[in-house]
Design a protein around this ligand. Sequence first.
Ligand SMILES: Nc1ncnc2c1ncn2[C@@H]1O[C@H](COP(=O)(O)OP(=O)(O)OP(=O)(O)O)[C@@H](O)[C@H]1O
Ligand SMILES: [Mg+2]
Length: 240
Amino acid sequence: MSETNEHSRLFLPSKSSPSTSTTEVTISWSNLHVETRNSSSSCWSSISSSCFRRHKKKQEKSRILLQDVSGTARTGQILAVMGTSGAGKTTLMNALSGHYGDNLLVPSGNVYLNGFPTTDTERRKSGHIGYVEQQEYFIDTVSLEEHLIFQAMLRLPSEWTDDERRSRVKNTIAQLHLNKCMKNTINQLSGGEKKRLALASVFLTEPSVLLIDEPTSGLDSYLAMHIMDFLSSQPTFHDH
Ligand SMILES: Nc1ncnc2c1ncn2[C@@H]1O[C@H](COP(=O)(O)OP(=O)(O)OP(=O)(O)O)[C@@H](O)[C@H]1O
Ligand SMILES: [Mg+2]
């Protein structure tokens, strides 16, 4: 988790050819621990003489969000993380993907790709981990297709031609049953269509490890089943 781990290095092939099959990657993690930073905050107390009285700064204790969590997800496996609301599922996904919403959290522990320790930055930049966050943010006024073309321009390797990028976008739209709304602007999409767009944005690059926070939220039971079938039909699952 540390950004200064001298032993960590990138060791996986870069993703370049449009027809490459997904690289086999096992992700494992050990002793992940995330807690909030100690902070001091002003403390306001009871009304006195018709105004709030401010007390001196109070030290807030840090709160543990993840405690010594270890695990492994091998190539070809679908691993479900289940827990009550607030149990720490999103915090775990953020830790594995190397994304933290803010710098108010103190993480420690190790995340390995194919057995090699990695830093948060390496995992974010490796191109091997795709992360569909619980809450995705889009520009409302672009169309679904434009959004994906833009993502393809940004995320696919520079060797790819425009035609190859457009073809990948077209295939991804079809795989996620998004054809009928591809010309809609994002503010015209339903909740389930937005969820599938978030998945499509990540599937574009065919990452080896897919981290999906709440993969079926906002989908009806048919689409939820379709998404799970689609995930398990990915090439990486065929031989396992
Ligand atoms: N940056 C933060 N600062 C302080 N507390 C946080 C922070 N991020 C998350 N938390 C707290 O950590 C706990 C775990 O949050 P997390 O989002 O990981 O839960 P979750 O299991 O994904 O829940 P849900 O099923 O509702 O999405 C929650 O109590 C949340 O309030
Ligand atoms: Mg969550």
